[in-house]
Design a protein around this ligand. Sequence first.
Ligand SMILES: Cc1cc2nc3c(=O)[nH]c(=O)nc-3n(C[C@H](O)[C@H](O)[C@H](O)COP(=O)(O)O)c2cc1C
Length: 167
Amino acid sequence: MFLELAAKRYSCRAYESRAVEKEKIDRLCKAAQLAPTGCNKQAPRLFVIQSPEALAKIRSCTPCHFNAPVMLLVCYDSGDLWHRSYDGWDTGYTDAASAVVHILLAAADEGLGTCWVGCFDPQKVKAQFNLPSNLVPAALIPVGYPAQGPSPMHGDRLPLTETVTYL
Ligand SMILES: Cc1cc2nc3c(=O)[nH]c(=O)nc-3n(C[C@H](O)[C@H](O)[C@H](O)COP(=O)(O)O)c2cc1C
């Protein structure tokens, strides 16, 4: 049931050092590919960061790496986005967020922990990986097997009566 999977996902901030199987990472990438994007422009670009050299680079860009054995860098290509004609709004960040949510849920389904990380230096990320100017770093996702420890806790949620309006 979908709500069970949604409840299983939480922001994991402690990971085992053991490697994550490539097939599992491949399925996370597939989940991102299946996510909806504005006008199907498919702007998200994923970087699977797993070599010691690349991990050291990304860890220098954020305090929120949690020593995960894999970090996914989700960017979007700003060169070919859908723009809303009424006000010029583009779907870049939203397309990236769409991919992130699919990845987080797919990882939970694989028994993997993740955390959506927005706290990073985007300019430093671009410099460390020599990213072209059209790629905008939108999110980092540590991925790995959750370390044993205190039970995972979701952040508090507002009651639906405060956040949902039936009209
Ligand atoms: C856009 C966004 C940015 C976030 N950035 C960070 C971050 O930089 N570091 C972190 O530890 N958690 C980050 N989080 C995770 C939130 O703190 C977390 O989702 C929230 O507290 C609810 O907890 P839960 O994910 O366990 O349900 C981010 C979440 C979102 C959606």
